[in-house]
Design a protein around this ligand. Structure first.
Ligand SMILES: *Cc1c(COP(=O)(O)O)cnc(C)c1O
Length: 340
């Protein structure tokens, strides 16, 4: 494999900046399992306040955060509804099922990433002893880099509540949605009982997610976190990176979105490529079947890291802190050379 110079694989590849490393080195710490790490407490309080919820708990990863939340909402034999392409269903080893005995009830995502309200309603099991009890609706925003419409979120969560379901938002990249749609994060969080936020994606922290929500649910999640191996000790070192990220790296997500648009606009001029206009920092590029393998290899040989699926015909280019406009222009120039 040639070395990667411009790494578009994911916004998780960002390395902590000098300022962030300094904040980590200087963090005041304590034993967080005893609840006395002041920096962790400050991070949890900061995110709870920003999202307009009473409580929050630091997690080692988004997967641990989503799983702890699902274990808090559902017991053995309960069911949750999520999109078939939702991260918590399709990209977390099905942990809710094999660790929590929670039955997934996936429904297809529409072309725009939403779930049809009628499909959600149809997936809610009636009160009948043949069926698992439906307990939870789990949504995701952004979804594949798309900002989910607030009207749909409001309707879907209201539908869930009418049927007595709890609601969880996988908001791994919710701050990208905030910046792209100029919506307050508390507005996006309001209709949900729990929200999981990643610090280690576009926000640029090396490790960490935070689960935010109602008090009893967060307390339960804190218990589950311990059982899942996430009871960490002087973890203020990581919380300091999270606090630094919240202070310095939220508004600048707009730069990543601008770079994603620049990349999409450049690729869109190449006739062979079908580019989806990005809402945030993820650009999806459809490559013709007969060029997928050779273009994928060319891109790698030229020093670009990307991810792809469907035999290389669907490419994903993600912009972030460590990708600048020059890197975007290098990618466009390379693609023009290949197809030109
Ligand atoms: C990355 C991601 C997660 C999981 O986060 P990890 O820290 O990688 O476990 C969950 N949901 C979504 C939408 C993500 O993009």
């Amino acid at each position: 494999m040639p070395a990667i110079r411009d790494d578009f694989r994911s916004d998780t590849v960002t390395r902590p900046s000098a300022g962030m490393r300094r904040a980590m080195a200087e963090a005041e710490v304590g034993d967080d399992v005893f609840g006395d790490d002041p920096t962790v407490l400050r991070l949890e309080a900061t995110l709870a306040e920003r999202l307009g919820k009473p409580a929050a708990v630091f997690m080692a990863s988004g997967t641990q955060s989503n799983l702890s939340a699902m274990l808090s909402h559902c017991g053995r034999g309960d069911a949750y509804i999520a999109g078939m392409d939702a991260h918590c269903y399709s990209h977390e080893q099905g942990g809710a099922a094999w660790l929590g005995s929670i039955q997934p009830q996936p429904i297809p995502n529409e072309a725009d990433g939403t779930l049809a309200l009628a499909a959600i309603e149809a997936a809610i099991a009636p009160d009948d002893l043949h069926y698992a009890r439906t307990r939870l609706l789990a949504l995701e925003n952004t979804f594949g880099g798309r900002v989910m419409p607030m009207t749909w979120i409001t309707e879907a969560t209201a539908l869930a509540r009418r049927h007595g379901l709890a609601t969880h938002l996988d908001g791994a990249r919710v701050f990208n949605a905030v910046v792209a749609s100029n919506t307050d994060v508390a507005t996006i969080a309001a209709p949900f009982d729990t929200i999981s936020v990643c610090l280690s994606k576009g926000l640029g922290a090396p490790i960490g997610s935070v689960l935010v929500g109602e008090k009893d649910l967060v307390s339960r999640a804190r218990r589950h976190r311990k059982a899942l191996g996430g009871g960490l000790r002087q973890v203020g070192l990581l919380a300091a990176a999270g606090l630094y990220a919240l202070e310095h790296n939220v508004a600048r997500l707009a730069d990543d979105h601008a770079n994603a648009r620049r990349l999409a606009d450049g690729f869109a001029k190449i006739e062979a490529l079908k580019v989806t206009a990005p809402d945030t920092n993820i650009v999806w590029v459809k490559v013709p079947d007969d060029k997928a393998a050779t273009f994928g290899k060319f891109v790698a040989d030229e020093g670009f890291g990307i991810t792809s699926g469907y035999g290389g015909t669907q490419q994903r280019w993600v912009t972030h802190l460590d990708i600048d406009a020059a890197g975007v222009d290098r990618a466009i120039a390379a693609a023009e050379r290949f197809f030109g």
